[in-house]
Design a protein around this ligand. Sequence first.
Ligand SMILES: [Zn+2]
Length: 343
Amino acid sequence: MDLIFQLEKLKEEALALISTAQSEKELEDLRVKFLGRKGEITMILRQIGKLSAEKKPIVGAKANEVRDWLETLIEDRLLRFKRSSFEEKLKSELVDITLPGRIPRRGRKHLITQTIEEIVDIFLSLGYWVAEGPEVETDYHNFTALNMPPHHPARSLWDTLYLKSPGEDLLLRTHTSPVQIRVMQKEKPPIFIVVPGKVYRRDVADSSHLPVFHQIEGLAVDEGITFADLKGTLEFFSQRMFGADKRVRFRPSYFPFTEPSAEVDVSCFCEGEGCRVCKGSGWLEILGAGMVDPNVFDEVGYNNEEYTGFAFGMGVERIAMLKYGVSDIRLFFDNDLRFLEQF
Ligand SMILES: [Zn+2]
């Protein structure tokens, strides 16, 4: 076939294909098809060498002209694709700067979280460190190791929810005290820890009880720790927490894991005159404490001739109620912002 005729046909075909191409990729493929190393124009150019001397320049000029025209056409179309995809991108990323911004509502820490941090900070300043443990506990850590073997009557004070678990007696921990056991099993004295966390009781919710609440446990174990250290520590804590003028009072009590045990009161905000909060007594009960029972040390393998220690535990909600004058514990978890925003 005559090469000039071939070139004309190729031009027609190329124009149809290039002008209907739908993407940059299609255009690149067409560039390869016509102008590539094995492209159709290249094939024609290679045949020119075999032509007669008079035809050579005519066909050669025509082939070059078609090649240049094709290159320009493809470039032009490519540019148009690039421009329109850029415009589309601009459109899709358009930001209407005339819209007023949405002001985010400023959050705050829940009063219970604030109270936990406040209490923990006081003990950190005394050199304590924070320990934590699982909320799903073994019966052993929650009761037995704390001097409450199965059928011990004190267990009924801390009724809880038991989990079905073959081979292991699991329950929702009733206090943060099992963490004492976990820490003492791993570490040697001296131990000075505070343990914040959630605890569970089989309690009906009323103005002073909830089935889930927060405790902070403290444990100090070393050589020569005495009841006087316990009193001094809790007096320091009470004055930092409730005010420098506060006095503390210890009343004898009973806990299976401490001996002797005490309920600890702090002097009321009414300065002893008697008010509704202290029910006229002038004192507010804030926590339970005592010297660690030697049986507990035996359980974790501490020599109870060498080491002594004290432990205390407080309800975070109760502390917050006393400090901030909250009359109903359920207010903390109703999550009514009108209440929470006050703190
Ligand atoms: Zn009072």
